[in-house]
Design a binder for this molecule. Structure first.
Ligand code: ATP
Ligand code: MG
Length: 445
């Protein structure tokens, strides 16, 4: 096969047979975000490189190693977004959204690009759902943001998930902490990897995130941020924990969580799955009180999270989640001959105008092949139009699940017959759903 017929390494196609799973996840995302008062924001797939360097952070792996950066034809350096917080923050400042009633709560769903080694749960093009809550300083905001992720994971029936939280403090505690960290790592200077030696000067906290086994081992013994929180940060963290407890969201405090992006302050958190292997984090987030002002906006304490959709899907598939089937085709009209084909096309048009999905033959196939095709499509009903039907103007509408056949007048009867059947089916489903939700009460009489 020609090389250009192979998709780029680390990217994947979502084929028609799989796309309903994505649609279901996205449906639940939008539904959940709406429950908490979040509105969608859509930002460009590429931004000026400097935006990411300044927000994600120069010393992070994402900026140092993983970005798809190129010069456009005008010689400007642009980058395919490795995450969406930077774009949302830029947009918040550019459009003066800080003048609106705060907090401004936005969510996004979109593609991200990182030049990483492709493996299970790690791609070069992947998709994130994330939320940003701009302009909320209280611990209740932290708990609410965490609750959005928690609710979605429950909505998607994910099991075996653990919430880990930590506080990495503010610039006040960070100064003291960085000094303690530097002193600690300087004792291990000979063993650190070259990148971490560089990090030691620029941002020693990044060493805690290094994936090399030796650095991780050294990092395991490093002082923790929790031991160095200032009074305000310690109080904030205590309050977040109380909120989570009151909201019945189980968590564990993990002082090793520092997150891979520079902009975080105070609360950071991860939802980790036991069913993902090495790439176990499905969602990561936290507070970034300094980001908006650092980018040139007004002081706006904010926070958010991002969740990897591919990883969500991997977990759901591993746990055997029963995805709702895509909506079936309501009717397949099988014509025999050209005149019948035109009649079928016209009837399909009428049905679609009423909101019923309708498919007919466009490949000029015989009846047997059409039936096979209709069966593959999972069409709910079938109507055959041959010479007899054309002449009489009457045809048989067959319901594929019940086997029931009704005779309908093509001109004025088809649409209403499909209506009648659909209403019956919908009523049946509704009754079933209500009975399931509110089973008859046993009064003991
Ligand atoms: P990791 O430690 O796995 O590299 P990260 O800290 O780089 O994750 P974030 O930048 O916080 O991840 O992104 C949030 C979420 O996006 C991750 O928890 C994960 O679910 C998803 N994600 C990140 N990078 C990738 C990738 N290359 N492929 C697929 N999903 C990813
Ligand atoms: Mg990463």
């Amino acid at each position: 096969m020609s090389k250009y017929l192979k998709s780029i390494k680390g990217t994947q196609d979502i084929l028609p047979a799989q796309s309903h799973k994505w649609q279901f996840i996205e449906h639940c995302i939008r539904e959940t975000a709406q429950l908490y008062g979040y509105s969608e924001i859509r930002t460009p797939v590429f931004e000026k490189t400097e935006l990411f360097a300044r927000s994600v952070g120069d010393a992070t792996d994402v900026v140092q190693k993983e970005m798809y950066t190129f010069d456009d034809k005008g010689g400007r350096s642009v980058t395919l977004r490795p995450e969406l917080t930077a774009g949302a923050a830029r947009s918040f400042i550019e459009h003066g959204l800080f003048n609106e009633a705060l907090p401004v709560k936005v969510y996004y769903v979109g593609g991200c690009y990182r030049y990483e080694k492709p493996q299970s749960g790690r791609l070069r093009e992947f998709h994130q759902f994330g939320i940003e809550c701009f302009g909320a300083a209280s611990a209740g905001a932290d708990a609410e943001v965490i609750a959005v992720a928690d609710r979605l994971l429950k909505r998607l029936s994910l099991k075996n998930i653990e919430l880990k939280i930590n506080s990495i403090g503010c610039p006040v505690c960070r100064a003291e902490y960085n000094a303690a960290l530097t002193a600690y790592f300087e004792q291990h200077l000979g063993s650190l990897c070259p990148t971490c030696i560089e990090r030691l000067e620029r941002n020693p906290m990044r060493i805690l995130d290094c994936k090399s086994p030796i650095c991780s081992e050294i990092a395991a013994g490093a002082p923790t941020t929790l031991e160095h929180l200032c009074g305000e940060c310690a109080e904030h963290f205590e309050s977040v924990k109380k909120y989570l407890t009151a909201m019945e969201i189980p968590f564990t405090v993990d002082p090793r969580i520092v997150r891979g992006l520079d902009y975080y302050t105070k609360t950071v958190f991860e939802f980790v799955s036991g069913d993902l292997g090495a790439q176990s984090t499905v969602c990561g987030g936290g507070r970034y009180d300094g980001l908006i002002s650092q980018l040139g906006g007004p002081d706006t304490p904010s926070l958010g999270f991002a969740m990897g959709l591919e990883r969500l899907l991997l977990i759901m598939e591993a746990q055997g989640f029963d995805f709702p089937a895509p909506a079936p085709i309501e009717i397949y009209i099988a014509p025999m001959g050209e005149e019948a084909a035109m009649k079928a096309a016209a009837l399909c048009g009428q049905l679609r105008a009423e909101g019923f999905s309708a498919v007919t033959d466009t490949a000029g196939r015989g009846l047997k092949a059409q039936m096979k095709y209709a069966d593959k499509l999972g069409a709910r009903r079938i109507l055959v139009i041959g010479d007899d039907e054309l002449k009489s103007g009457v045809a048989e509408l067959k319901d594929m699940s019940s086997g029931e056949r009704v005779s309908v007048k093509l001109k004025e009867g088809l649409v209403s017959a499909v209506y009648d059947q659909s209403i019956h089916a919908a009523l049946g489903e509704l009754t079933g759903a209500v009975e399931k939700k509110f089973p008859p009460v046993d009064t003991g009489m």
